[in-house]
Design a protein around this ligand. Structure first.
Ligand SMILES: [Fe+2]
Length: 157
């Protein structure tokens, strides 16, 4: 599977690590896209703080997706962030179309952020044995996203 002649991991660990990271990569890219969709389409009296908070989540999710993709490649496997792959394999529900008021947006975004964090935590556990470097990367990402989740869902009614 590895493209490189100096593999970081053994064949089985490489393949399982790449699969776990790929699942999180897709969720993170989808999360960034969905939070941008929400950033544009929130309306109502709480527009400004929600609009601004969502852009912070987008920034974290984008940077995290880049880090995860580059870790996949560093272990010698191709990272797949194509649109068709997202549609096929994202574990997040599609974002509802149209304008939404603040509370509706906060709930929809918190649900998706939470789902992303659950996926990350599910990958972290096996990565502890497979590849502690990838485990460490996902722990850092999850800490940042769970902080955003706190701040976002604190605005829920
Ligand atoms: Fe914007």
């Amino acid at each position: 599977m590895s493209h490189f002649t100096r593999p970081l991991l053994s064949g089985e660990a490489e393949s399982q690590t790449a699969t776990l990271l790929q699942g999180c990569l897709v969720d993170l890219i989808d999360l960034a896209l969905q939070m941008k969709q929400a950033h544009w389409n929130v309306v109502g009296p709480h527009f400004q703080p929600i609009h601004e908070k969502l852009d912070e989540v987008v920034e974290t999710a984008r940077e995290a997706s880049d880090e995860v993709a580059e870790r996949i490649v560093a272990i010698g496997v191709t990272a797949d962030g194509r649109a068709a792959t997202l549609v096929e394999s994202s574990r997040l529900d599609a974002f509802p179309a149209g304008f939404h008021d603040g509370p509706t947006i906060v709930t929809a975004c918190s649900d998706r952020l939470s789902k992303t964090c659950v996926g990350l935590r599910e990958a972290i556990a096996p990565l502890g044995d497979l590849d502690p470097i990838s485990e460490d990367l996902l722990i850092g990402i999850t800490a940042e996203l769970e902080k955003h989740l706190w701040m976002l869902q604190a605005q829920e009614k």
